[in-house]
Ligand binder design. Sequence first.
Ligand SMILES: [Zn+2]
Length: 270
Amino acid sequence: MLDTVKRQSIYQPLQQGLKFPEIPSFQTKAEERLHLQKRLVAACRAFAVHGLDYGFAGHLTIRDPERPELYWTNPMAVHFAQVKLSNLILADHKGRVVQGEYALNRAGFVLHAAVHEAHPDIVAMCHAHTVYGVAYASLGKPLPPITQDACAFFEDHIVVTDEGGKVAVEEDAGHNFAAAFKGVKAAIHQNHGLITASRHSIEAAAFWFIALERCCQQQLMIDATGVPPKLVPPDKARYSREHVGSEYIGWLHFQPIYEQLAQTQPDMFD
Ligand SMILES: [Zn+2]
């Protein structure tokens, strides 16, 4: 919970006693695990709602609270809209399923496992083959600070180009990718797509993925006009990132998404 108290104070001054999302605390690891699993399922459902599916492609992961070398993830060849508590799988760094009834998409999991293994502080990751993110990734360039929303990613994402176009199944590709993925919340993988990570929560990783896909869409729309946009200056972009791009803000953005899904899709808890 890197900066929770600091960020919370920005949104809660003089609002004592009013309803506001609170980061939960847990009595037991089992209680924490169930909480994490519910949020992971909701993140998958949110990806479905946002049309981020492409066949069986896409992985969302969250570290197990008791065995951090293992990850809960969505089952292979199950649509994001049909992910539920009972079909989640638990996998290790090698992509072996150690709990659950479904197989794992090993090709896609290589990158996840390598990043998780290389960066113990990363607790959650998201990856999918999306329309705008994949299109933008083909340009092999970082996302410029065109809006306040895009500033959330200013100097906080990388572009990985060296394995472009290659199916990321080889472990070497995963390790190279993991080495590059340092201290940032997102990567644009050339000719492949978007990956987000969080050192805080699956909610933050999922929201920043949805946000990055949207920023890529907006950037492509701007590029299509042929008119160069006016960029946010670097000092202001950095200031905006600190205020609207933190882990806590990502977590907070996901709360209305979670509540909406919990109300309308109760089968996700089956
Ligand atoms: Zn992929």
